[in-house]
Design a protein. Structure first.
Length: 157
């Protein structure tokens, strides 16, 4: 059974593993297996980087678990942004990504946000679109991996 909860310090190593595996294995359409792009994208996904994110007061981090194993990582920021939403490759298409997205949207509503923002990968665009997110401008440029800005009106119901 999958369940989400707030991330804890003892989750950091598992969160790092999930983030790295998700980027490396599931986001090939975005990084093209180019070493420079992968290095830039995963630079802050190390154990130290994830620990710094967890300690950041502007970040609220969540994990999804199955049988005690972390299988997804998500984060929202105080400004109304979904900053992370990654699933372990071995848990893809199990519903955990949708569950995590719902958890993150509820967290933003609890913070008082009526609209949420995120920057989608090419890999995840269809996933977000099917869940009510809309593209909000052209693809970002100037970074090693350029995302697609998206927005969604949040419903407190």
């Amino acid at each position: 059974m999958n369940a989400t909860r707030r991330a804890r310090q003892d989750d950091v190593a598992a969160m790092s593993r999930v983030l790295m595996a998700s980027i490396n294995e599931l986001c090939i359409a975005d990084h093209g297996n180019e070493a420079r792009k992968l290095a830039a994208w995963t630079r802050n996904k190390s154990v130290e980087g994830v620990g710094a994110m967890l300690a950041n007061p502007d970040f609220e981090m969540h994990v999804a678990e199955r049988d005690g194993e972390v299988i997804a990582v998500g984060a929202v920021t105080s400004d109304g942004t979904i900053a992370l939403n990654y699933v372990a490759p071995w848990a893809r298409f199990s519903g955990v990504s949708t569950m995590m997205l719902n958890t993150l949207e509820v967290a933003l509503i609890a913070m008082g946000h009526k609209e949420a923002r995120l920057e989608s990968t090419r890999t995840a665009m269809e996933f977000y679109t099917r869940r009510g997110w809309v593209v909000a401008g052209p693809q970002a440029t100037g970074r090693v991996v350029n995302g697609f800005p998206m927005i969604k009106t949040l419903n407190a119901d």
